[in-house]
Write a protein that binds this ligand. Structure first.
Ligand SMILES: *Cc1c(COP(=O)(O)O)cnc(C)c1O
Length: 361
């Protein structure tokens, strides 16, 4: 048994009970004498997994018949291009709200496709927070407004989504999807790479308001059109079947743990344990994010010196806590505490932080 306490930013920890189920079913899926990896994506077994995963995801997000949940490939990074390819019309404009590195990347792709504007950015504030309402200046007739609900690298999260009036709202929710209840009905499109909160890498989830497809650009290559995947129930070509199977088990686990309300409460408790360790350290630890934009998924912090950061990370590693180095662009430390991380795991890290500060402060 592995005893690593896994704070990896992504691919990230999965619920241990999900891994046990995968292991138990690996050689013989439902009495078929083979793994689900070895079956046709057109088999009734896989079609059931695919249909159940879509239904569970829609139910958990609280959306009905007007929406479709898709399982595609290419990661969130391909969605950066697919969104404008489909929904930025020739001569039109798309608005981007940017509060960290992933939002920048999404915007960079959009300007390769058409005209996009940054209508709110906290770059000058080192992406420590989301833009305030007064800083957001939407275009009069934007084709859509794009935001990143949780910036994984900076640890900056939207706690209330901005009012975009009647413009379609699009969100990259790669690192906080299903971490809390949201009003998904406010969004025309949500996308997420699975490898943070939903399952293994290789699957990308898209939730799309089906009626928006009527406005999609024509002439987009087949695999890059949302309509292709909607029409074919995510089975146009061979999907990442094993990843969708694991994702479906993770969705069942979300139900078992009590759904999004229970997860939100647990995630808030976990985050509070770590932010309390930062705030109670008399300045030894310094959080990167401004308190009103702190992420419940990625806790970013610095120590008094790079030498102490190195020492802290080495001590953490020695007791089995892995994945804690911050992204090179922010430095310091980052604890990624997605849905699968336990309260006890966060308590163990907070204890180490307290103890380390006492010994080195
Ligand atoms: C990890 C991440 C991405 C990149 O996802 P890929 O699946 O690797 O393309 C994009 N956006 C956010 C918010 C992320 O956390």
């Amino acid at each position: 048994m592995s005893t690593a306490l896994n704070f990896n930013p992504g691919p990230a920890m999965l619920p241990p009970t999900v891994l046990e189920k995968v292991q138990a079913e690996l050689r013989d899926y439902q009495g078929r004498g083979m793994s689900i990896m070895e079956m046709s994506h057109r088999s009734k077994e896989y079609e059931a997994v695919n249909a159940q995963a879509e239904a569970s995801l829609k139910r958990l997000l609280g959306v009905g018949d007007g929406y479709r949940a898709l399982f595609v490939q290419g990661g969130a990074s391909t969605q950066f291009a697919m969104v404008p390819m489909n929904f930025l019309p020739p001569g039109g404009t798309a608005d981007y709200l940017i509060n960290g590195s992933w939002g920048e990347k999404a915007y960079d792709e959009a300007v390769k496709v058409g005209q996009a504007r940054v209508v709110g950015s906290t770059k000058d504030d080192a992406y420590r927070r989301v833009p305030h309402a007064g800083e957001i200046k939407l275009s009069p007739d934007s084709a859509y407004v794009h935001l990143t609900s949780n910036e994984t690298i900076q640890g900056v999260q939207w706690h209330a989504f901005p009012d975009v009036v009647d413009r379609p709202l699009v969100a990259d929710m790669s690192s906080d999807i299903l971490s809390r209840p949201i009003d998904a009905g406010r969004f025309s499109l949500i996308y997420a790479g699975a490898q943070k909160n939903l399952g293994p890498s290789g699957v990308t989830v898209v939730l799309i308001l089906e009626s928006w497809l009527e406005r999609a650009n024509k002439g987009v290559p087949t695999m890059l059109r949302y309509a292709t995947h909607v029409k074919n129930n995510s089975l146009y070509n061979t999907p990442p079947t094993f990843g969708v199977y694991v994702l479906n088990l993770v969705l069942q686990w979300v139900d078992e743990i009590g759904g999004l309300a229970a997860l939100a409460e647990r995630n808030a408790r976990k985050a509070a344990i770590l932010y309390d360790a930062i705030d109670g350290s008399q300045g030894f630890y310094r959080g990167h994010a401004a308190p009103d934009s702190r992420s419940s998924m990625n806790v970013t912090f610095r120590l008094p010196s790079e030498a102490l950061e190195k020492k802290f990370l080495a001590e953490a590693q020695a007791v089995g806590m892995v994945g804690l180095p911050g992204h090179r662009s922010v430095g310091g430390c980052r604890a990624s505490i997605y849905n699968a991380m336990s309260v006890e795991g966060c308590q163990a890290l907070a204890s180490l932080m307290d103890d380390f500060a006492r010994r080195n402060g």
